[in-house]
Design a protein. Structure first.
Length: 135
């Protein structure tokens, strides 16, 4: 076994949230003739009890991941039913978007000048121009 000491505050290492991945990793370690020993949890795969504990911890990690995903989907669905839309709010209002398109199409400003004028990234102006109109 190789232990790596940590002189500064270490964050816990997460092997995987998938039980399948944890079991595959533990099998590869065993095939290499080694064992896994956690320095922060009471897990030592060199013993039968330690292998069982590793499987239990992996099962709970996978359960937590699935529950988080499910709660996220429920929250997003509830927000949609209330009329809310995900994502960041547009930086430019519709009339500003139209003004940028008009300025560039009439050749009063270049796309780069319009981006600086409205304090947006040039790619924002490019996307507006590709659409040719405001959404």
């Amino acid at each position: 076994m190789i232990a790596i000491p940590c002189d500064y505050k270490c964050e816990p290492l997460q092997l995987s949230r998938s039980l399948k991945d944890v079991l595959t990793l533990m099998e590869k370690i065993a095939q290499a003739g080694a064992g896994f020993r956690s320095l922060t949890e009471v897990i030592d795969t060199t013993s039968p009890g330690g292998r069982m504990m590793m499987q239990i911890v992996g099962t709970f990690a996978e359960f937590e991941r699935v529950m988080l995903r499910e709660r996220t989907h429920i929250g997003l669905d509830a927000a949609r039913q209330q009329g809310r839309v995900g994502g960041r709010r547009p930086k430019l209002k519709k009339h500003q978007q139209q003004e940028i398109v008009n300025l560039v199409n009439s050749e009063q400003k270049t796309a780069a000048d319009a981006a600086r004028l409205f304090n947006v990234h040039p790619s924002t102006v490019s996307r507006l121009l590709q659409r040719g109109q405001t959404p």
